[in-house]
Design a protein around this ligand. Structure first.
Ligand code: FAD
Ligand code: NAP
Length: 303
């Protein structure tokens, strides 16, 4: 029986593990993939205090290192269901069942898809959701980036290292991204914009993407332009399907907590991007993790 099992080893989960383990609890960190979560998808982190510039995988490694000496157990598996048995919880993966007094949900968020014709067909054949992973395969290509938030603008700037040109298509005439990123994008000679437009179709030949069809949302006019690759950054969906039966999510699937990271169920906490909140960042994920790590210690002591 664990004191706490943390589901997800992104920045939120790793910080919760650090705090809970330093309180001498029996802690396990359960992850389905590699440590670091979404941080592994970005080469440029410039807003994590203490580092003027650090890559995502490097920051992930630095967060992971201290856990090695604190006795945090590392479990591997995809959680499919959680059962609340009152005083303890059962965590069910594909092939194992774990028992724990408390659970910290840190399963983060996933990139959203556009849902247009051609997107799934050309996924990994010109359509990508990760510039850091795939950018280098698109040397000297004309690329399209879809979206107007931090991810779209930051990754468009990153792609200019490889691409001949990068076009950002946004459904409005103003970006949502931080001002600093906007200024960098506007000043970058390789970046241009298509405003007030959405992607209607991604076309290609039998090998890869060749062009994209747009619709101007103000005029209704259609147009088509040639691109060698399409990077989609249109926001995030919560990774919370495995707790949907517990009644702790809002309509969109974000998990609702109080300021102590407590959900509506005693002994179940949620932290980081999967939580209903305004600002989804590494700093806020880490802050949530610290609070939850401390809260489970109080819970175990009181019970
Ligand atoms: P995540 O990082 O999403 O980690 C969740 C983990 O849970 C994953 O490892 C996943 O595999 C695991 N998991 C999910 N479901 C299960 C399951 N059922 N069973 C087991 N494991 C599971 N933020 C910044 O502050 N600065 C930046 O510069 C920045 N750049 C970014 C660039 C990109 C391209 C992206 C996509 C995001 C960026 N962010 C940035 C946002 C930041 O990465 C996230 O806010 C942060 O990673 C959230 O951390 P988290 O621990 O809550 O979740
Ligand atoms: P986001 O902030 O939700 O932005 C999504 C963008 O996609 C918005 O511009 C949105 O348009 C657009 N969009 C949504 N659905 C669309 C659709 N169906 N078709 C076309 N466009 C669509 O998501 P994000 O940029 O991935 O960022 C997610 C979180 O990670 C944020 O909290 C962000 O701050 C954080 N992050 C931070 C950094 C950093 O600090 N450097 C970098 C990356 C990400 P509207 O603007 O019209 O809504």
């Amino acid at each position: 029986m664990y004191d706490t099992i943390i589901i997800g080893a992104g920045p939120a989960g790793m910080t919760a593990a650090l705090y809970a383990a330093r309180s001498n609890l029996k802690v396990a960190l359960l992850e389905r993939g590699i440590y670091g979560g979404q941080m592994n998808n970005t080469a440029e982190i410039e807003n994590y205090p203490g580092y003027a510039h650090i890559s995502g995988p490097e920051l992930a490694e630095k967060m992971f290192e201290p856990l090695e000496n604190l006795g945090v157990e590392h479990l591997f598996g995809q959680v499919e269901k959680i059962e609340d048995q009152g005083e303890y919880k059962r965590i069910i993966t594909e092939d194992e069942v774990f028992e724990t007094k408390t659970v910290i949900l840190a399963s983060g968020a996933n990139h959203r898809h556009l849902g247009v014709p051609g997107e799934e067909e050309y996924n990994s054949r010109g359509v990508s959701y990760c510039a850091v992973c795939d950018g280098a395969f698109f040397r000297d290509e004309d690329l399209l980036v879809v979206g107007g938030g931090d991810s779209a603008v930051e990754e468009a700037i990153f792609l200019t290292r490889f691409a001949k040109s990068v076009t950002i298509v946004h459904r409005r005439d103003q970006l949502r991204a931080q001002k600093l990123l906007q200024e960098r994008a506007f000043a970058n000679e390789k970046i241009s914009f298509i405003w007030d437009s959405v992607v209607k179709e991604i076309k290609g030949d039998d090998r890869k993407v060749t062009s994209v069809v747009f619709e101007n949302v103000k005029t209704g006019q259609s147009s088509e332009a040639d691109f060698g690759g399409v990077f989609v950054y249109v926001g995030l969906d919560p990774v919370s399907d495995f707790v949907k039966d517990l009644g702790i999510c809002d309509e969109a699937g974000w998990i609702v907590t109080d300021q102590h990271m407590k959900t509506a169920i005693d002994g179940i906490y949620a932290i980081g991007d999967v939580r209903q909140k305004d600002l989804r960042q590494i700093t806020t994920a880490v802050g949530d993790g610290a609070v939850a790590g401390q809260e489970v210690y109080k819970y175990i002591t009181e019970h």
